[in-house]
Design a protein around this ligand. Structure first.
Ligand code: DX5
Length: 236
């Protein structure tokens, strides 16, 4: 039986104040975020350019939270080692950006990090069927990646459920994460479908009541939805 407290809130640094990332990072930790996501963008795979391993490393000492790198870049292989050395315990690559996804996921794990794979809204879950032995986290994108503050794609609900089913059938813990448009209104649907890691950017950092209020609001909206759908996966 699933217990409350199984939902993890992942603060997306894309929506933090880029002029003082360390300060916002500390605020997110103090407000109760469970994990931090660094949205690494190269302006080629997505039409936006953000930060890389050096910035992540510069913020590592500002927080004790786990860091994950979400590589929204072409040829993500070239950034894996740098992100892990910068302090990321999980590296998430986009299936669409990997010519040799099986090899890339193996490289992440060989370097001692958890391997995550992200799927853009149009990409079917079937693309993961032959690499599930190397996957520690499935990230179902609930927006088209590149920018924060976009509307949640409700049509991804079935895909989240399918990802949860795929994770449940795996012979070990596979986390199901969602990213994009996650807030107190959309989170219950994502959690009911089986997501247990909720990436949130603008709903945390742009909340008019501040990040503490935002996190409390998001968590109290999401937690009751745990277990409201049969067969949800084990926790993250
Ligand atoms: C892809 C990014 C964003 C971000 C979350 O564009 O990965 O989804 O993390 O942004 P919000 O929570 O503002 O939709």
């Amino acid at each position: 039986m699933e217990q409350a407290g199984e939902v993890s809130i992942v603060a997306s640094m894309l929506s933090a104040d880029m002029s003082c990332l360390g300060t916002d990072l500390l605020a997110a930790e103090r407000a109760g975020a469970d994990r931090v996501q660094w949205d690494v963008m190269d302006g080629a795979f997505v039409p936006n350019l953000t930060f890389g391993p050096q910035v992540i490393q510069s913020c590592r000492a500002s927080s004790s939270l786990e860091f994950e790198a979400h590589l929204m870049v072409e040829n993500p292989e070239r950034l894996i080692k740098g992100c892990i050395e910068a302090g990321c315990g999980t590296v998430i690559v986009h299936e669409e950006a990997c010519t040799h996804l099986h090899r890339t996921l193996g490289e992440i794990r060989d370097l001692g990090a958890n391997a995550g794979v992200a799927l853009n809204p149009a990409t079917p879950l079937e693309h993961l069927h032959h690499v599930m032995d190397l996957v520690d986290l499935i990230l179902v994108m609930t927006v088209n990646p590149g920018f924060g503050g976009q509307d949640y794609l409700w049509s991804m609900g079935t895909k989240i459920s399918q990802a949860a089913e795929l994770a449940r059938r795996a012979d070990r813990n596979v986390a199901v994460e969602v990213d994009g448009g996650i807030n107190a209104m959309t989170a219950p649907s994502a959690v009911a479908a089986g997501a247990r890691l909720l990436v949130a950017g603008s709903s945390l950092f742009a909340h008019r009541g501040g990040i503490e209020v935002a996190l409390k609001e998001l968590r109290s909206a999401a937690e009751p939805a745990v277990g409201t759908k049969k067969g949800s996966p084990r926790g993250a």
